[in-house]
Design a binder for this molecule. Structure first.
Ligand SMILES: [Zn+2]
Length: 308
């Protein structure tokens, strides 16, 4: 029984500039806190790899990938949308994000460990089929889900996303595909303000959280709205868009979750997955207050490590 933790050095090449909230210190803050709590030694630490192009092309159009390559600057930054800076190394890092998630999936499917947390940047859940958005270029979790379905032949894959911002990109790519159930909770109304926040799809459960919502609202809505849908779907694999920016201390949203809510969320997933021997793969999305991020991820990973 083991939990793997994946990261990779190539994320340092994704330089977002001096004042951007999504920066390399986020990964360092997570790893520092895991070490401080004695969790690091309990994890199976693994390195990442770059992506296979066919994996990316299951989720994104060839023209979109080619266009990103063409606009990538040789030096300095360009902005691919108002929030998303791209530097000379950004696509290399984005390909490593994808490749590390798919590597973790392949190893999880071979039972090399029981569950895994993948600390990637850039994140992915806002990236749509043909569009970069919200710090994201390639949709790591949608690409991983499509590989699980098409390479590993899984028929039911649940995607849980508790980031403060809705994973519009994941929905754009996987909507109405019965192989995937998407359970999403997010501040509403809020960025990314796409039509996916209110639209009804056969494989999507949206949980809206008012600004200022805290533990009580979050936990009761997850129990009431995600619980029955997850049990009814009976997934063979659980993928998690693990964003930690709904924390009270996070500057990028107006929700009020506490460290213990991430322990609760991890336990909630574990309570479903462990008795059924379901593999769980969690992929980092948001989380921008370094202290809250380190603590929240550590609370979440501690539940993955529990064996009782
Ligand atoms: Zn977010």
């Amino acid at each position: 029984m083991t939990t793997a933790y994946f990261s990779f050095q190539q994320h340092f090449t994704h330089d977002t500039g001096d004042d951007h909230p999504e920066h390399a210190m986020r990964i360092l803050a997570i790893e520092q806190e895991l070490k401080k709590r004695g969790l690091w030694e309990q994890l199976d630490i693994r390195d990442g790899q770059t992506a296979n192009e066919p994996d990316i092309l299951r989720a994104h159009s060839p023209g979109y990938v080619e266009q990103l390559q063409l606009i990538q600057p040789q030096q300095g930054h360009i902005y691919v949308d108002e929030d998303t800076p791209m530097s000379a190394g950004s696509l290399d890092a984005a390909r490593y994000s994808v490749g590390t998630c798919t590597l973790a999936l392949d190893q999880l499917m071979k039972n090399e460990f029981n569950n895994a947390f993948v600390a990637v940047r850039p994140p992915g859940h806002h990236a749509e089929h043909r569009k970069s958005m919200g710090f994201c270029f390639f949709n790591n979790i949608a690409i991983t889900a499509l590989r699980a379905a098409e390479v590993h032949h899984l028929q039911r894959i649940a995607i849980l996303d508790f980031d403060a911002h809705q994973g519009n990109g994941t929905i754009d790519i996987l909507k109405n595909d019965p192989r995937f159930l998407m359970l999403s909770s997010f501040q509403h109304p809020f960025f990314p303000y796409t039509h996916y926040q209110d639209n009804k799809y056969s494989n999507l459960i949206n949980v809206h959280l008012d600004a200022g919502s805290g533990s009580v609202e979050f936990r009761s809505k997850i129990d009431d709205l995600w619980g029955p849908a997850l049990r009814g779907f009976a997934p063979e694999l659980i993928l998690v868009s693990a964003g930690f920016d709904a924390h009270r201390d996070d500057p990028m949203a107006e929700l009020c979750l506490l460290d213990d809510d991430y322990r609760w969320m991890g336990d909630w997933i574990r309570a479903y997955a462990a008795p059924r021997h379901l593999p769980v793969l969690a992929i980092l999305e948001g989380g921008y207050d370094l202290n809250a991020l380190g603590r929240s991820v550590s609370e979440f990973i501690a539940t993955m490590l529990r064996r009782d």
